[in-house]
Design a protein around this ligand. Structure first.
Ligand SMILES: [Zn+2]
Length: 98
């Protein structure tokens, strides 16, 4: 359930991204704490998000993946807007390519 913590370190109330090139930290919210972190993975570390999503994918397929797919896609862009980290992710890509 909270395997997202494979990608973040929780220190006190603050979650830190484990990616060495990423300075992301998030003050630990009381409600749905991992949701924001999962969104961060989705927007900034798509390859990690894919890993994170992998084990759950079979479960999701059993239920109703298809109706939620469009909605998830739509909300993704909003969330990405919320976190202006485009430069950051471009920088990461540059590192990966080099
Ligand atoms: Zn990060």
């Amino acid at each position: 359930m909270s395997s997202v913590w494979n990608y973040f370190t929780l220190s006190g109330r603050v979650a830190y991204c484990k990616d060495k090139n990423c300075k992301y930290s998030k003050d630990h919210p009381h409600q749905a704490p991992t949701t924001t972190l999962i969104y961060h993975l989705k927007c900034n570390h798509p390859e990690l998000y894919a890993q994170f999503k992998k084990p759950k994918k079979d479960e999701a397929n059993k239920d109703s993946e298809q109706p939620t797919l469009k909605r998830a896609f739509a909300s993704t862009s909003q969330i990405c807007d919320e976190q202006p980290s485009i430069m950051h992710s471009l920088g990461l890509k540059g590192i990966l390519l080099s």
